[in-house]
Design a protein around this ligand. Structure first.
Ligand SMILES: Cc1ncc(COP(=O)(O)O)c(C=O)c1O
Length: 423
């Protein structure tokens, strides 16, 4: 069977009618940018996240750029973030003229490690007479940008405590984690709502995906929300009067209506992703692979949270990754590597002076790994229903079977002979 990395068609087929109707309405209204549909979608996201303000923007990248600009972060400042994320996280910090500073990740969850942040500040920074913390090269520490990677929320209690202790803003990159929950201050909170500001990406492959680029910022502070709204439109308020320099970070009405149609389904889609993830776990266990393959950590699983993980990606670590991946590819099971390089290894960040082994070392050393991402489509759901369905329509079953065959034949030196059929 063919297991695609991503199947966007499935969602569209289910909702094509209401989506088409909503788009028609926008076309007929001739209101295309920052109109009533954007306002309605902002309201819906604010209600979903239980936060007073939501500001629609043109992408996740522009969301972070807008937040950094609104908080006045720029040249002479430093922002702590993770080296293990999509480029935009640190790219935006550099674009506003600040210095990205990386702190290592937790090798189990892949999220930024609060203790690594604390170690970095305590051992490499000093507090000035104004109480602000500065790096060795003199930049003022301004913010922490944790990334809720692959749909799992970071340890937010610890991060909030650190940010308050060192007087840093906490900006949550929830681009991959809309709806994810974590324990926070004795209760539960959704990703994006526990810092000064947080943001989501609605890139088409995301759990809530637009038909193009789109993003959303959420925050609690009204003054900050007003600033964000101004900056997303060239710092203009009222029209043609510019108090600050902003950009064109506006969300359009067509993306807003598409997302608004999809939003009511987000919770059930997250539940389906968790069910699919459970299937993968069960099939890897059935195939006897749990000693070889590291499955995704689910640290909040037993904490009575609904969305303890929203599985934007189902990420595993495996030895002999490249050979395994090649073999899976031959058997029409698509995978991807997230991410082939840490951000500290990217050429454009060479000026920051990091070395290759500076971060992410512990889990790379342990396993000669990086990550495989099988599809989390609804084809996963049949995996325990019937033997026939299991054999022919179940991507977790296929992935686990083909992987098990790979390791078996590999250890007997017979990889060439490994067959892809029947799956
Ligand atoms: C962690 C992370 N941050 C930021 C972004 C940027 O979002 P966008 O692609 O909507 O600009 C992404 C997008 O993939 C992401 O995964």
């Amino acid at each position: 069977m063919r297991v695609p990395l991503l199947d966007l068609g499935e969602q569209y087929r289910a909702l094509s009618e209401p989506i088409r109707e909503a788009i028609e309405e926008v076309l007929a209204s001739h209101r295309f940018i920052l109109g009533p549909k954007v306002r309605a979608f902002e309201k819906a996201i604010a209600a979903y996240c239980n936060t007073p303000h939501a500001v629609g923007v043109s992408s996740g990248t522009d969301a972070l750029l807008t937040i950094l600009m609104a908080l006045g972060i720029g040249p002479g400042d430093a922002v702590i973030t993770t080296p293990y994320t999509f480029f935009a996280t640190a790219g935006c910090v550099a674009r506003v003229g600040a210095r990205p500073v990386f702190a290592d990740i937790d090798p189990e969850t892949y999220n930024i490690s609060p203790s690594a942040i604390r170690d970095y500040i305590e051992n490499n920074c000093h507090a000035g007479p104004d109480g602000a913390w500065r790096t060795k090269s003199g930049e003022k520490l301004r913010a922490i940008v944790p990334v809720h990677l692959f749909g799992l929320s970071c340890e937010m209690d610890a991060l909030r405590e650190i940010s308050e202790h060192f007087r840093l803003d906490l900006i949550e990159d929830a681009a991959q984690a809309i709806g994810a929950e974590s324990p926070f201050r004795g209760g539960t909170a959704k990703a994006g709502t526990m810092g000064e500001a947080g943001f989501f990406s609605f890139y088409p492959s995301k759990n809530l995906g637009a038909a193009g680029d789109a993003g959303m910022i959420v925050c609690r502070d009204e003054t900050l929300a007003t600033k964000l709204r101004t900056i997303r439109e060239h710092g203009m308020e009222p029209r043609y009067f510019h108090h600050v320099i902003g950009g064109n970070f506006r969300l359009d009405e067509i993306q807003a209506v598409i997302l608004d149609v999809k939003l009511p389904f987000l919770e059930s889609w997250a539940a389906a992703r968790r069910a699919a993830a459970d299937c993968y776990g069960a099939e890897f266990a059935c195939a006897g692979l749990t000693e070889r393959i590291t499955l995704p950590a689910e640290p909040y699983r037993d904490r009575s949270l609904t969305n303890h993980h929203v599985f934007y990606q189902y990420v595993i670590r495996a030895p002999m990754r490249d050979a395994l991946r090649e073999h899976l590819g031959k058997c029409e099971i698509q995978t991807a590597i997230y991410y082939p390089l840490g951000l500290h290894e990217q050429k454009c960040f060479a000026y920051l002076g990091y070395r290759k082994g500076d971060f992410i070392r512990r889990f790379r050393e342990k396993h000669n790994i990086m990550l495989l991402i099988p599809s989390l489509s609804s084809t996963a759901h049949g995996c325990r229903t019937s033997r026939k369905r299991r054999r022919f329509h179940c991507s977790p079953f296929a992935l686990a079977r083909v992987s098990a065959l790979f390791f078996r034949t590999r250890s007997r030196g017979q990889l060439q002979a490994a067959r892809c059929e029947p799956i």
